[in-house]
Design a protein around this ligand. Structure first.
Ligand SMILES: Cc1cc2nc3c(=O)[nH]c(=O)nc-3n(C[C@H](O)[C@H](O)[C@H](O)COP(=O)(O)OP(=O)(O)OC[C@H]3O[C@@H](n4cnc5c(N)ncnc54)[C@H](O)[C@@H]3O)c2cc1C
Length: 274
């Protein structure tokens, strides 16, 4: 039989990715006795860094945005020794390489771009206006706007079809994982805003430094790595009151309604070595 909350823990958190680490940290802060189990040999889940032949190599391309509220709330940014990227993008086109930087931080680059003849004045103006509004507008106002598709929002903002195809479509399809620009315009504006207001960067020691810092904030004994995969409970054995509730109340991460499972518990983690 596996370890259970009855072994001295009120709650088990399965998986030490960013979500599990944050959850365990909140539960510890709420005074609960927490066990965080991770099947892998280290924390981070999809946010991991390996050292290969002296190189620091992240798994997948990750960037760290300092403007995310959870980042500001949970992490000591100075301790990550962040290394910023130049705020902009390189677009490879059949006319050559197009370097587009954040006009709110590097207005001179925009003037140089105009001189190159690659970007029409109307697109540069629309780019500056879109970015200026994004930096100044409070998020609450962005969320309150009527919604539509990103494609329509870009046309309404005055961008030419050519600029949308050359820059926005390839760039945003990498962000939204869809290339028809059907994503909510509101979401696009919020993402654009967070990119402009924050700094996109990477920690000196790779993206894995982020979950490692979160893990270092947990009290000793909470985290167990290389744990045999925890078993999810059959749904029927878990009382409805212990399951996550759907609806707006799930927005809160405050574990004030968390209650230990009854005996027998709703979950179990196999004992080490089993
Ligand atoms: C290539 C790539 C690039 C990305 N780039 C960015 C980026 O630039 N910026 C950004 O903000 N986000 C980015 N993301 C998204 C971000 O990485 C994920 O949203 C985030 O890591 C998800 O965290 P998580 O804790 O929810 O899940 P995961 O990271 O998947 O963690 C889940 C953990 O649970 C463990 N686990 C699962 N089942 C069990 C079990 N039964 N028992 C024990 N342990 C278990 C797993 O081993 C894992 O460690 C990117 C993702 C990928 C894949």
């Amino acid at each position: 039989m596996g370890k259970t909350p009855g072994d001295g823990h009120d709650v088990a958190v399965i998986g030490a990715g960013a979500a599990g680490l944050a959850c365990a940290s909140d539960l510890v802060r709420a005074g609960l006795r927490v066990r965080l189990v991770e099947a892998e040999d280290s924390v981070g889940g999809r946010i991991r860094t390996d050292r290969v032949a002296g190189f620091t190599t992240d798994r997948g391309f990750q960037v760290f945005n300092t403007s995310y509220p959870q980042v500001r709330r949970r992490l000591d940014l100075r301790g990550l020794f962040l290394r910023p990227f130049t705020p902009g993008v390189l677009v490879h086109t059949d006319r050559g390489r197009l370097r587009l930087t954040d006009p709110t931080r590097r207005p001179r680059d925009g003037i140089a771009l105009l001189g190159s003849g690659w970007v029409k004045p109307r697109d540069l103006l629309a780019f500056g206006a879109l970015s200026g509004r994004a930096v100044l507008a409070p998020a609450s106002r962005v969320r309150a706007r009527p919604d539509g598709t990103t494609r329509t929002a870009l046309a309404d903002a005055g961008f030419s079809e050519d600029f949308v195809e050359t820059f926005f479509r390839p760039f945003l399809s990498g962000v939204f994982l869809e290339d028809s620009l059907e994503t909510s315009a509101r979401f696009f504006h919020l993402v654009w805003r967070s990119m402009l207001r924050g700094t996109l960067c990477l920690p000196r020691d790779g993206i894995g430094a982020v979950p490692e810092q979160l893990a270092a904030g947990l009290p000793p004994g909470v985290l167990r790595t290389s744990s045999p995969p925890a078993r999810a409970p059959p749904r029927a054995s878990c009382p409805a009151s212990h399951r996550p509730r759907a609806g707006p109340s799930r927005r809160s991460t405050t574990p004030s309604t968390a209650r230990p499972c009854p005996s027998p518990p709703c979950w179990s983690t196999p004992a080490a070595g089993s």
